[in-house]
Design a binder for this molecule. Structure first.
Ligand code: 18C
Length: 260
C-alpha cells in the first residue's frame, strides 16, 4: 500500500494571492465563489428536490437524486454545528495533506502532484475498492480561502468570518489511469464561526466558539457502479465521515491556541 505524505508542514496563508499566473487560476476562483454561494443556499426537506436521509444530533444530511447516463450522481448537502473550534481550523484540517491520513478512511494512496500556490494544491488520490465495482481514483485541485478574500463585487452576503475549501476534479494534469476508473467530483466545505462575547472582558476561549459546517458533494462515479450499492454506501459513509472528521478536529485543536 502506497502512502505518500507531504514532507513539509504546509500552512496555507489566510489571504490568497492577488494575482496568480497559473492557467487554472480563473477556474479555481470562479468555481470556489460559485460553491460558496451554493453552500449558503438554505435547504429544507422537500424543497428543490432535497430529501433528508440521515440525522444525528446537530447533523443533517440531504440528498437530491440525480442520474447521469445511468450513473448515480446524487448531490449531497450536509449541515452540522460543532462547539469549540473555528471554521479556519476545520478548513485547515480538511485541506492539509499533512493530516489527511488522520481522518480520511477511504484512501489507498494520496499524492500532491502540484503546488499552485500556498492555498492551492493538485492531488491524485486512489480510493479503496468497493465490491463489485472497479477501484476509483481522482485528480483534483483543492483550494482554501477565507471568504472575505472574495472580491467585493462578488460579495452579496456578509461573509466576514467564513472559510471554504473547494475540491474540484481537473483533466489539466496528465495522470495515467492504471487499473482505476476515474471519478469526477465537486466537493466543498464551508465553515462559519460564531463567537459568543466572553463575560467581563475576559479572553475568548474555546467555550465561546461555535462553528457551522456545510459540506456539499457531487460525485460522478465515472463508470459502472450499481445504484443500490452506491446509495447504500454514501448513506452509511457520509455521516460517519462528518462525525469522525469533526471529532478529530476538536481533539487535534483542544490544547492548541485558537486559530481565528
Ligand atoms: O471530501 C472528502 N474527502 C476529500 C479528501 O479526500 C475529497 C474526496 C472525496 C471523494 C471521496 C469518494 C470516495 C469514494 C470511493 C470509495 C469509498 C470507499 C469507502 C470505504 C469505507 C471504509 O473531497 C470526504 C469524503 C467522504 C466520503 C464518504 C464516502 C462517500 C461515497 C460516495 C460514493 C461516490 C461514488 C464513487 C464511486 C465508488 C464506486 C463504488
Amino acid at each position: 500500500q502506497l502512502k505518500l505524505r507531504a514532507k513539509e508542514n504546509r500552512q496555507p496563508s489566510s489571504s490568497i494571492p492577488l494575482k496568480c499566473d497559473h492557467p487554472l487560476w480563473c477556474e479555481i476562483d470562479k468555481i470556489t465563489i460559485d460553491q460558496l454561494y451554493y453552500a449558503r443556499l438554505e435547504v429544507g426537506e422537500g424543497e428543490g428536490g432535497w430529501q433528508l436521509f440521515a440525522e444525528e444530533g446537530e447533523m443533517r444530511l440531504y440528498k437530491r437524486e440525480l442520474e447521469i447516463d445511468g450513473l448515480v450522481c446524487d448531490p449531497l448537502k450536509a449541515v452540522h454545528t460543532v462547539k469549540g473550534i473555528t471554521g479556519h481550523e476545520v478548513c485547515y484540517h480538511f485541506f492539509s495533506p499533512d493530516v489527511r491520513w488522520e481522518w480520511e478512511n477511504t484512501l489507498e494512496s494520496m499524492r500532491v502532484i502540484e503546488e499552485i500556490n500556498e492555498n492551492t494544491l493538485i492531488f491524485h488520490q486512489i480510493h479503496k475498492r468497493v465490491w463489485p465495482a472497479a477501484q476509483r481514483d481522482a485528480v483534483f485541485w483543492s483550494h482554501i480561502r477565507r471568504a472575505s478574500d472574495i472580491p467585493k463585487e462578488n460579495q452579496n452576503q456578509n461573509l466576514h468570518d467564513i472559510w471554504i475549501v473547494c475540491n474540484n476534479s481537473t483533466d489539466a494534469v496528465d495522470v495515467p489511469l492504471g487499473r482505476c476508473v476515474r471519478m469526477k467530483m465537486t466537493v466543498s466545505l464551508t465553515c462559519e464561526t460564531y463567537i459568543e462575547p466572553p463575560a467581563n472582558g475576559c479572553e475568548i476561549n474555546r467555550d465561546n466558539l461555535t462553528c457551522k459546517i456545510i459540506y456539499c458533494s457531487t460525485i460522478n462515479p465515472g463508470g459502472w457502479a450499481p445504484a443500490s450499492v452506491l446509495r447504500a454506501l454514501y448513506k452509511r459513509e457520509y455521516p460517519k465521515f462528518l462525525k469522525r472528521f469533526t471529532e478529530y478536529v476538536i481533539d487535534a485543536q483542544e490544547k492548541k491556541p485558537i486559530m481565528f
